[in-house]
Design a protein around this ligand. Structure first.
Ligand code: UT7
Length: 324
């Protein structure tokens, strides 16, 4: 059976660090509030480049670690909701800038914080059905561009970043064991960002400042409940239980959400990847950035079972189980 196996990972976070203390000078907040309510201590902000540049850097690093010739990449999928242009897609820019196979399909997937897992799922379907042999899958977002820097309820939560994997279709037991994606558009008002190009149907919303809006409290409750269900679905469909998980890599939105999940799954700290204290919530960048850090930090070895789960605007949620 053909599976999507990860050959290499890469990530990129902009150099500029914005600490909670820096934010104390911008909005009415404190380091203590942010750290205790979210676990975040600092985030990165892209000052000179946008999502394309971050995606290219993460993609280049993933290609390097996979030792795959860029010309052999015959599919590029990018999860992002902060593309620099409405079109072309970020994936097309990545294809051109990294010299990937001309003519290969390249497209973006819009699923907010679940964007990377949606992109991974799409690439896996191409690979398993013979539509591609080697794929570059990237999650990237630049929320510093869409948050309202005068709104303390949201601006303290997000940061910019990107992560990438190179997938290869291979026979055997290693690779993606399961992948699930879900959406429920009825909940869109929980978390959204109006388009800067105003569509008439949403004139009322777009007349507001075109920044990200979130009902944090409600989103928190739905996120915990939904991610727990997503974990159960992922484990059941892979024939695993939580003891089989070597590493759990959840979307990095809030330390309290991750801790709640860790307790429900009865996982020890060393099996849970949490890096949000350094990056905040990087949306689609969050999971592949955390994966790359775990790989580089020696936390992943051959045969390990990794469980990913994400939740975000849309509403969207997704999971994936991978045997390394
Ligand atoms: O990634 C996609 C999915 N997103 C998420 O999963 C995010 C989910 N939500 C959360 O992580 C949390 O709800 C937040 C971190 C956004 C907020 O934490 P909370 O414990 O739910 O706080 P809250 O919104 O209930 O606000 C509590 C208080 C309020 O003051 P009052 O009304 O109690 O006087 C807020 O005005 O904290 C106040 N507050 C702040 N105070 C200092 C809100 N933001 C801040 C701030 N600094 N930055």
């Amino acid at each position: 059976m053909l599976r999507s196996r990860v050959l290499g990972t890469g990530s990129y976070a902009p150099k500029k660090v914005v600490t909670n203390f820096d934010l104390e000078g911008i909005v009415d907040t404190t380091d203590a509030w942010i750290a205790t309510r979210t676990g975040i201590r600092e985030r990165r902000v892209s000052v000179t480049g946008g999502a394309t540049q971050m995606a290219v850097k993460a993609g280049k690093a993933a290609l390097k670690s996979s030792d795959v010739n860029p010309k052999d990449i015959d599919l590029i999928v990018v999860g992002t909701v902060t593309p620099e242009m409405t079109f072309p897609s970020t994936a097309c820019f990545v294809q051109a800038e990294l010299g990937l196979c001309p003519g290969a399909p390249a497209f973006d997937v819009s699923a907010a914080c679940s964007g990377f897992l949606f992109a991974l799922d799409a690439a896996d379907r191409y690979i398993r059905t013979g539509g591609a042999k080697k794929a570059l899958v990237i999650g990237v977002d630049q929320f510093s561009r869409i948050v309202d820097w005068s709104d303390r309820a949201t601006c303290v939560l997000f940061g910019d970043g990107a992560g990438a994997v190179v997938l290869s279709g291979e026979k055997g037991n290693h690779g993606l064991l399961s992948s699930h994606t879900h959406s429920d558009g009825r909940g869109w008002e929980m978390l959204y960002a109006p388009s800067p190009v105003q569509p008439s149907r949403f004139e009322e919303k777009c007349a507001e400042k075109p920044y990200l809006k979130m009902n944090g409290n409600e989103t928190f409750k739905i996120a915990v409940r939904t991610m727990e269900e997503a974990v159960k679905e992922a484990l059941a469909s892979s024939g695993l239980d939580s003891d089989d998980i070597s590493l759990f890599i959840p979307h990095q939105a809030n330390m309290r959400i991750i801790k709640a999940m860790k307790e429900r799954m009865n996982l020890p700290d060393e099996k849970v990847v949490m890096n949000l204290e350094k990056y905040g919530n990087t949306s689609a960048g969050s999971i592949p950035l955390a994966l790359d850090e775990a790989v580089k930090g020696g936390r992943v070895k051959k045969g390990d079972i990794i469980l990913f789960v994400a939740f975000g605007g849309g509403l969207t949620w997704a999971s994936a189980v991978l045997r390394w």
